[in-house]
Every structure is written in C-alpha cells, then in structure tokens.
Design a protein around this ligand. Structure first.
Ligand code: NAP
Length: 340
C-alpha cells in the first residue's frame, strides 16, 4: 500500500487535535507527518503514534514535502497558502469556509458525494459542521422520493467556535456558580446557563452566516438548487457535539417510521437512537467522541401529511470536521486521485 506525506495546519486547535486522533484511529497510511501552528506554538512537541513531532510554522516550501495538507487554521490562512499548495502539487483539504461555495471546488461528505472529488483542482472543502450533521440524516431518506423542504434548528456546542470558546464556557460556568461577574471575550454574549443566536454576522435577509451556509451548502452537496431550506442556528452551553431538530417535507408520500429507521440504520456513519418507551433520543454527551451521527425522535409530522420530524446529535469536531477531512483523503486514495 502507498503511504502519503501529510501535513496538519492548525494542529494545536480544536479541529487539529482531532485530526491527529482520527489519523491514528483509522490507521491512515502515513509516510511522514508534519504539524504546523502559529509562531506561538512553534518548537513545541505534539505526540503522534507515541512519537513527539515538533510544531513548525509555514513557509512557501512547506508544501513541497507534502501530498496532503489538512487545513484547520481559519479562512485567512487557507487563502494565504492556496497558491503554494497548488504550486507544490499537493492537495489541500480545507476545514474553513474559504472556498466552500467556489465553483470548481468540491464540497464533500464522502458518504454522499465522493464522486465530486474527481474534479478537484488541488483544493477540496469540508462542508460546514452543522450542514454535515444534518445531511448525514437526510441523505438516506432521499431514496423515498424527492425532498421538497427542510426546516432545521440547531443547538450548537461552543467547541464549534474553537478551543478558546471551550475554555470560556468552563470559566464562565465557574464564575456564575461563584456569583462572580461574567465577562465574555471569545463569544459575544454570556454562554454559561444561556444561549443565543449563532455568533456570526447577520445578512440583509436576516440570516446569520451559519444559517446561510446550511442553506447554500446543502444545495451544492445534494446537487439540488430547488430544495427549499430554512435554518435557525443557536449556540448552547454544551462543550461538544451539535444537535439539530429537522423537519423534512417530501414532494410526495412520506415513508413509514419503520422505513425511516431502517434507512438511517443502514447508512454508514449514522446510528439510530430512537427509544420511545425510554424517552431516549440523541444527546450531545452521547454523541461526543463518536464517529457516527446519532439520529432519532423520528415522528410523522402531525401538521403536514408529507413531512417527518427527527432529531440528531453529531460530534462536529469529528464528522463535522476532522473525520470528514480524513475520509476525503481516504476517498482520494481509493479513487486514485492523488499523485502516487
Ligand atoms: N471547531 C469546529 O467545530 C469546527 C468545525 C468545522 C470547521 N471548523 C473550522 O476549522 C478551522 C479551525 O477551527 P478550530 O475550531 O480548530 O480553531 P482553533 O481551536 O482556534 O485553532 C486554530 C488553529 O490555527 C492555528 N493558527 C493560527 N494562526 C496560524 C498561522 N498563522 N499559521 C498556522 N497555524 C495558525 C492555531 O495555532 P496556535 O495554537 O499556535 O494559535 C490553532 O492550531 C476554522 O476555519 C473553523 O471555522 C471548525
């Protein structure tokens, strides 16, 4: 089996840390691993497969030694180094939103549209984490007929805003319980024992950027410009794993509950958690650390004879970012789309 030289850009971050774990857990065929972060971290070691690897800062030549560059250091860094990646003949798999909606850049959830990788031009985008978690539960249901409309509301963990936001929730929870004043610095509002609409800019239509990404990216990934979708994205005081309430309307007759359960259970990367008697449905603390997206609380919508409701929780640092990126790399190898 061929082995590949891999780089992680943003290796110390919330997603970067998981990229290391996922590469290890999936026994990815690596000949050499190079880790990059800001100059604040350069020189410090991280451990991979029991061995320390020293963190480097990026230079133009960094990509010459790499086959695959897994980027998770934010949009500006991805944009800054795109040219160098292409020049080196390396492939960028990018967790940021920099290129997701760019024509010609595949936006890929391998279980759904791995075929789109064929047209890559050295840049592949990992979709927004909430979009991935939602579509993992929606994709298997397309076998029952065209989906006309999706209404989704999210309950998003603070780790979606990075490692600093996780520390902020911890500090604020502590301060709150000790009756000390709370001073938000990473997120815009107090998050401990609170929630608020997603902390991204609101556009002219009134949607925040996260909601807009879910709407636009869904159409691109499903190759369906006609699908109607609206989203409300909310940040909640959960450390890890995004949850979502999803209403799905079919154009024609909806499937039975048993058909939905079976289709979800058969789809790779989805686990059904749907215990009505025990009132046990997907929860972020049970989704945390899992590769699978949990789907359940499956109902026929009583207000619309063509619609269903379900609830999902997925670890957005894993399937919503690091795992999806590594699966893209695996699919590139499988489809012989890397230079080896
Ligand atoms: N968090 C999520 O759930 C999630 C999900 C999907 C996608 N994403 C996307 O993934 C990206 C990373 O998110 P994150 O949550 O992991 O952020 P994070 O925890 O804040 O980590 C940012 C990483 O970028 C590194 N970095 C900063 N400046 C750099 C530079 N000049 N050169 C190289 N590395 C640099 C940081 O290194 P230092 O430690 O040295 O500062 C750190 O490793 C973002 O684009 C985000 O939108 C995040």
């Amino acid at each position: 089996m061929n082995k590949y030289s891999v780089g992680i850009i943003g290796a110390t971050g919330a997603v970067g840390t998981e990229l290391l774990r996922v590469l290890e857990a999936r026994d990815f065929p690596i000949s050499a691993l190079h880790l990059f972060a800001s100059d604040r971290s350069a020189g410090k070691p991280l451990v991979f497969r029991g061995n320390p690897i020293t963190l480097e800062t990026l230079v133009q030549e960094s990509f010459v030694q790499l086959d695959i560059a897994l980027f998770s250091a934010g949009s500006e860094i991805s944009k800054q180094w795109r040219g160098a990646v292409k020049l080196a003949g390396c492939v960028m798999i990018d967790n940021s939103s920099a290129f997701r909606m760019e024509q010609g850049v595949p936006l890929v959830i391998p279980e759904i549209n791995a075929g789109d990788l064929k047209s890559h031009n050295h840049v592949i985008a990992v979709p927004n984490c909430s979009t991935i978690v939602m579509l993992m539960a929606i994709a298997p249901l397309r076998a029952f007929g065209k989906i006309k409309r999706i209404v989704v509301s999210t309950y998003q963990a603070v780790s979606g805003a990075g490692a600093k936001a996780m520390r902020e929730l911890e500090t604020q929870a502590h301060d709150y319980l000790h009756s000390r004043p709370i001073q938000p610095s990473v997120l815009p509002h107090p998050i401990a024992f609170n929630l608020f609409c997603h902390n991204t800019a609101v556009n002219e239509a009134g949607y925040n950027a996260e909601e807009w990404k879910m709407i636009q990216e869904t159409k691109k990934i499903l190759h369906d410009d006609d699908i109607q979708i609206t989203a409300t994205c909310v940040r909640v005081p959960v450390f890890r794993a995004h949850s979502e309430s999803i209403n799905i309307e079919f154009e024609n007759a909806r499937p039975s509950i048993e058909e939905i359960r079976s289709a979800l259970a058969a789809f790779p990367g989805v686990k059904v958690v749907d215990d009505r008697a025990g009132n046990h449905f997907p929860m972020p603390n049970e989704a945390t650390g899992q590769f699978d997206v949990l789907a359940g609380h499956i109902r026929h919508d009583v207000s619309n004879p063509r619609a269903i409701d379900l609830f999902v929780s997925g670890d957005q640092l894993l399937k919503g970012a690091a795992l999806d990126a590594v699966q893209i790399a695996e699919s590139l190898i499988e489809q012989k789309l890397l230079r080896h």
